[in-house]
Design a protein around this ligand. Structure first.
Ligand SMILES: Nc1ncnc2c1ncn2[C@@H]1O[C@H](COP(=O)(O)OP(=O)(O)OP(=O)(O)O)[C@@H](O)[C@H]1O
Ligand SMILES: [Mg+2]
Length: 328
């Protein structure tokens, strides 16, 4: 094995090395609740370092998959290795090295952030002096300020979410799992949280995050996997998914079903259509011929249309079964 260069040791003892295996390896995982299959033959590798986004519509199986990764739900079939350890065989060894923020905050509301952190730190058996130092660091890192000493129930949703994230960081985890960390937060708090997640990533922490905000996933995640009905439907870097699975540009317009059929016939496969209600979006690498075809359809009167770069939301919508008409 080669010795890592000196600057990578200085930057962080968790700097990823080329020979490091995945932090999480999921193989053939199935989770059934009675007759219902929530996760269906899932294979997933989460690389060490970086931020990995698990995306999918409501009920896709994201939370269930995360619960199996940190060992509170057992798979019906298949294996999950975290840090190379079989989570079923040694969940404690895995949990000591990871942090989790659940979809719902789990905080003792009558107590302050500092008191919540102290209780959770004791659970992790952190010695007193180290725990006090760690609490101080986290209060500072998540900018809790004087709010850290007020009862949690007196605080806004955004502050409670930041405290929940602080809790998941108390043991300085190598892997941080965040289930919808920014749902319901205002834009400024979301931005502040993204920046904290980037700081953690820069220090070498691996982050797995779920979100319904595709702009957030596109900006924050190095890789994303999109799930639908318990299965992984696609995976890759956001930009790569947009350009290889879809196209560079999108043209959006309102039209009737009959107009959409005529337009799609005129384009004869030159653009991939997605129709939701009266809104038609046409994806292609070059929108000029698409716009020209729309203008020909309109004759003299030109309707309003939007030409924009395709984004991860477009990949999400086309991959997870919003009704595709025509060429899909
Ligand atoms: N304990 C359970 N018992 C029965 N069904 C369950 C249980 N937990 C989850 N499910 C079902 O499994 C499916 C996947 O749920 P899951 O919570 O993993 O979805 P999700 O992708 O996290 O959705 P959301 O985006 O709404 O959080 C859902 O249909 C859900 O109702
Ligand atoms: Mg969920």
């Amino acid at each position: 094995m080669t010795t890592p260069p000196a600057e990578s040791i200085a930057a962080s003892d968790r700097t990823p090395r080329a020979d490091d295996s995945s932090v999480v390896e999921i193989r053939g995982v199935v989770k059934r609740f009675g007759a219902y299959t929530a996760v269906d033959a899932l294979d997933l590798d989460v690389p060490r370092g970086g931020c990995f986004g698990l995306l999918g519509p409501n009920g896709a199986g994201k939370t269930t998959s995360l619960r199996m990764i940190y060992g509170v739900t057992r798979p019906t079939a298949g294996t999950i290795r975290v840090f190379g350890i079989d989570i079923g065989a040694d969940p404690r060894a895995v949990r000591a090295r990871l942090g989790v923020t659940l979809q719902e905050n789990v905080l003792i509301e009558a107590l302050s952030a500092v008191e919540n952190l102290r209780i959770f730190g004791r659970y992790h058996r952190l010695p007193g002096a180290e725990l006090s130092r760690r609490i101080e660091e986290l209060v500072d890192f998540l900018e809790l300020g004087s709010h850290a000493r007020l009862p949690v129930r007196a605080l806004s949703g955004g502050l409670q979410r930041r405290i929940a994230i602080a809790m998941s960081l108390i043991n300085d985890p190598e892997l941080l799992i965040l289930d919808e960390p920014t749902t319901g937060l205002d834009p400024a708090v979301r931005l502040a949280l993204w920046s904290r997640i980037r700081d953690l990533r820069a220090r070498g922490t691996t982050v797995i995050v779920t979100t319904h905000y595709m702009d957030e996933a596109e900006r924050l995640c190095d890789r994303v996997a999109i799930m639908s009905a318990g299965r992984r439907v696609c995976e890759g870097a956001p930009r790569e998914l947009i350009e290889t699975r879809l196209a560079r540009e999108a043209v959006e317009l309102d039209c009737t079903r009959a107009e959409a059929v005529r337009l799609e016939a005129a384009l004869s496969g030159a653009a991939r259509p997605l129709r939701i209600g009266n809104r038609l979006t046409l994806y292609s690498d070059d929108s000029d011929p698409v716009v020209a075809a729309i203008h020909r359809l309109d004759g003299g009167e030109r309707r309003a249309l939007i030409v924009r770069p395709a984004n991860l939301e477009d990949v999400f919508l086309t991959a997870t079964g919003a009704k595709l008409e025509g060429g899909a």
